[in-house]
Design a binder for this molecule. Structure first.
Ligand code: HEC
Ligand code: HEC
Length: 202
């Protein structure tokens, strides 16, 4: 008798838990909307329809290019109906309120303040610059996957030069009509680390 009873007890408590769950996960109000600052009205209008502001507030402080990429990704990938003229004001608000400000300066310039290592690996550089916002290693997002970039230059001795040029100066027309923004704040050494890493992807 005992052995048949136990599973029933379990089922019953599981049922209770699943009914109680929706009540217990309610977010505190102040984290579910955007922080008050000029531009918050835009973010509250455009960026709360699909998910809470926590998607933004849980990101590490990122440079402006990351936030621009983020807004563009929401539009291109998920169909967020953001009018073109609101992209820059939204980006400014996000960069000022949740990022490193409007300068587009990478966090690398203040390692002591942020605790980020002074000799970052390519992966950290990619993440910090917002590259993964537009590129997957495996899949195309707004830009091509890093594997397909590596594939394109596999037999090209000038691959690193071309890729480095694109990273520093941005560009369009190689993969489609969407432009990649320039990353002139990266040093030549950092660009080389990034380019070499990308070309090693298989
Ligand atoms: C049409 C729906 C939609 C709108 C509108 C929208 N998002 Fe998103 N957002 C998504 C989806 C879907 C995800 C991915 C969710 C997941 O992976 O769990 C996401 C994820 C994110 C993330 C997490 C990182 C990432 O890239 O996956 C950030 C940051 C973000 N959104 C910011 C914004 C901002 C800023 C706005 C306003 C400009 C916005 N979102 C508007 C659908 C939307
Ligand atoms: C806002 C979106 C966006 C961000 C952020 C972004 N890229 Fe791109 N990237 C693109 C697009 C779009 C293309 C394709 C451009 C084209 O067709 O020429 C591209 C192309 C590339 C290419 C291919 C160049 C070639 O010669 O074929 C490389 C390499 C690259 N990106 C690296 C990076 C790195 C490294 C970063 C971060 C420092 C980065 N991207 C950040 C959108 C982005």
């Amino acid at each position: 008798m005992k052995t048949t009873f136990a599973p029933f007890a379990f089922l019953f408590s599981a049922l209770l838990v699943s009914q109680a769950a929706p009540v217990s996960i309610q977010l505190p109000l102040e984290t579910s909307v955007y922080k008050a600052a000029p531009g918050a009205d835009l973010a509250n209008a455009q960026c709360l329809t699909c998910h809470s502001a926590e998607y933004v507030s849980t990101q590490p402080p990122m440079p402006r290019a990351f936030w621009k990429g983020s807004v563009e990704k929401m539009i291109a990938k998920y169909g967020a109906p953001v009018p073109a003229e609101q992209i820059d004001p939204l980006t400014d608000y996000l960069a000022k309120t949740y990022g490193t400000g409007l300068t587009n300066a990478p966090i690398i310039s203040a390692p002591a303040a942020t605790g980020i290592p002074t000799n970052p690996t390519a992966k950290q550089l990619l993440a910090r610059s917002g590259c993964f916002n537009c590129h997957g290693v495996e899949q195309k997002i707004i830009g091509p996957s890093f594997k397909s970039v590596a594939e394109k230059y596999r037999k090209n001795a000038e691959g690193l030069i071309k890729v480095s040029h694109q990273i520093t100066h941005g560009g369009s027309g190689l993969w489609g009509s969407i432009p990649m923004p320039p990353f002139q704040q990266l040093t030549q050494e950092e660009v080389k680390i990034l380019g070499s890493w990308i070309l090693e992807q298989k």
